[in-house]
Design a protein around this ligand. Structure first.
Ligand SMILES: C[S@@+](CC[C@H](N)C(=O)[O-])C[C@H]1O[C@@H](n2cnc3c(N)ncnc32)[C@H](O)[C@@H]1O
Length: 257
């Protein structure tokens, strides 16, 4: 189902997303008296990238790896705005084909500072000590073995390198009805783990200064407002907000050194 979602289903083409990004977004203030614009929806998704990558030291020429780069417009944004060398990694050949097309200009113009690679975040196809920073935006909810992600990220980072990843987790390990409310959790496409379990995986892999910052106040209510404007207004997708408001999920940025 994960293959289908990023293959023929082309998740990024659904109206809940925009601009070839596929994330729930980091939202600023929105006017209450009018609809959210498409430009605001796209800007929220770009902003989530900035919020994640700003957790990494990014001197000019820094070498970064993105885990789960999707259609790659966020990867390109990072290469442009942070003057970085960025490699995007994704397991979906269909997403990589979309990334090649969507970012054709930047792939040419950034002269080698942007590249896309096929492979899994649990078996990263790069040598030890290849990067100064590893980051991920809304991809790790699809990975069954996050301990392997932690080990692989640690392996490809140089000494002094840093890690930052954003996605949704459960605040703790209490039983909740999330799987009854969210279809992609029921089907296993998304996994909602306790955030502390991934923090422990990072520590076990040798990371230090592991921290998990909840950013849900900048994500869920605004994303729900956007979904309510689309044809998905009566779908199970509205249950994300219910899960957040009940304390069953939150959106986090995890960082580690
Ligand atoms: C929700 S999309 C996010 C894309 C992008 N980060 C964004 O914010 O627009 C998740 C992406 O992660 C990729 N992905 C999922 N599991 C993966 C894995 N094990 N290894 C590499 N990529 C994976 C999917 O193919 C998909 O392109």
């Amino acid at each position: 189902m994960r293959d289908q979602m990023y293959g023929e289903l082309d998740l990024g083409s659904l109206t809940i997303f925009s601009g070839s990004f596929i994330n729930y977004g980091y939202w600023g203030d929105l006017a209450a008296d009018r609809d959210i614009t498409l430009a605001e929806r796209t800007a929220s998704q770009a902003e989530l990238y900035r919020r994640v990558v700003s957790r990494l030291p990014t001197p000019p020429g820094v070498e970064l790896l993105e885990l789960g780069s999707g259609i790659g417009v966020g990867t390109a944004l990072v290469a442009r705005e942070f003057a970085a060398y960025v490699s995007g990694l994704d397991r979906s050949a269909a997403q990589l084909a979309r990334a090649a097309e969507a970012n054709a200009d930047d792939l040419e113009r950034l002269s080698g500072r942007l590249s896309f690679h096929e492979g899994s975040v649990t078996e990263i196809p790069f040598k030890d000590d290849s990067f100064d920073g590893v980051y991920s935006v809304e991809a790790l909810q699809h990975v069954d073995d996050l301990a392997a992600v932690a080990r692989e990220a640690r392996r490809v980072l140089r000494p002094g390198g840093r890690f930052a990843a954003a996605t949704f987790f459960a605040p703790d390990d209490t039983d909740t009805p999330v799987a009854d409310l969210i279809e992609t959790v029921a089907s296993g496409v998304d996994v909602v783990r306790p955030v502390g379990a991934f923090a422990a995986d990072l520590e076990a892999a040798g990371f230090k200064d592991v921290a998990a910052e909840p950013i849900g106040e900048h994500v869920w209510r605004q994303f729900d407002r956007w979904v309510a404007q689309t044809e998905y207004r009566d779908s199970w997708g509205r249950n994300w907000l219910r899960c957040y408001e009940n304390g069953w999920i939150d959106y986090y940025v995890l960082t580690a050194a």
